[in-house]
Design a protein around this ligand. Structure first.
Ligand code: CA
Length: 248
């Protein structure tokens, strides 16, 4: 599976035709499961500047373990994988009741595979080779569908967050946010009324292998409260943070 030969490399990711960058959804943590080193690396390199935090695994067994143990907003799953194939990963994940959106990537372009994948609980399907712009559009659509919104803008009281343009507004004024502040606020707003644990927030902000300073999260939260208003984000002592259902 994967790249048939080197000349296909560019086609996979659409660099040849992309004259503009369509922004992804900041604050989204993606697990990429792909055993083809070249394709995996290309995807990771291409998705990260779009605002996704991308963790990459190369076999099905590790992927199943990671999805079972950690929070991801989205999984991109290849079907032909060592140790445990993608379809088995998908079935096992759904059998555990985990509803994380899963986009299947495969070169097996038969109708039957597509039907099997969707029956087994995949949310979408993309055939190799594909264009990066198309992948991005599918990822955005999946996230919107999962969160039940057709519009990507989030309104909360007088605060508006627009993940596509990466802009934030409060009382009709634009508020300039750093990348991680934006990611953090986005994740909290995507989960209004739910406590998000420190661990979940840190995992979304920083992928594996990145050093996290112990107070980094507090610093970002502090800045967000200062830029908007102090009551926006509540601390749940010893657990994490929450943005309450109704704007104060
Ligand atoms: Ca493969």
């Amino acid at each position: 599976m994967g790249l048939r030969n080197e000349t296909h490399t560019l086609n996979y990711c659409g660099f040849r035709s992309s004259t503009h960058v369509t922004l992804g959804l900041y604050g989204m943590r993606i697990l990429l499961v792909e055993d083809d080193a070249m394709l995996g690396e290309t995807l990771q390199t291409a998705l990260e500047p779009q605002g996704y935090t991308v963790d990459w695994l190369k076999d099905g067994q590790q992927a199943l373990h990671a999805i079972s143990e950690q929070h991801f907003d989205l999984v991109i799953l290849d079907l032909g994988l060592p140790r445990l194939d993608g379809m088995s990963v998908l079935k096992a994940v759904r059998a555990k009741g985990i509803s994380t959106p899963i986009l299947i990537l495969t070169a097996r372009d038969t109708l039957q595979d597509k039907v099997n994948g969707l029956d087994a609980g995949a949310d979408d399907y993309l055939l190799k080779p594909f264009d990066l712009d198309e992948l991005n559009a599918r990822l955005r659509a999946l996230t919107r569908r999962f969160h039940g919104r057709a519009d990507t803008r989030i309104n909360y009281g007088e605060l508006i967050l627009d993940p596509q343009s990466q802009q934030a507004f409060f009382k009709k004024q634009e508020i300039i946010l750093h990348r991680r502040e934006f990611m953090l606020l986005h994740q909290l707003l995507e989960n209004i009324g739910k406590v998000i644990t420190r661990q979940q927030l840190e995992q979304s902000l920083y992928g594996w292998g990145e050093d996290i300073e112990s107070n980094a999260l507090e610093v970002h939260i502090h800045h967000l409260r200062k830029k908007f208003y102090p009551e926006l984000i509540k601390t749940v002592r010893g657990v994490g943070y929450i943005i309450q259902e109704f704007a104060p």
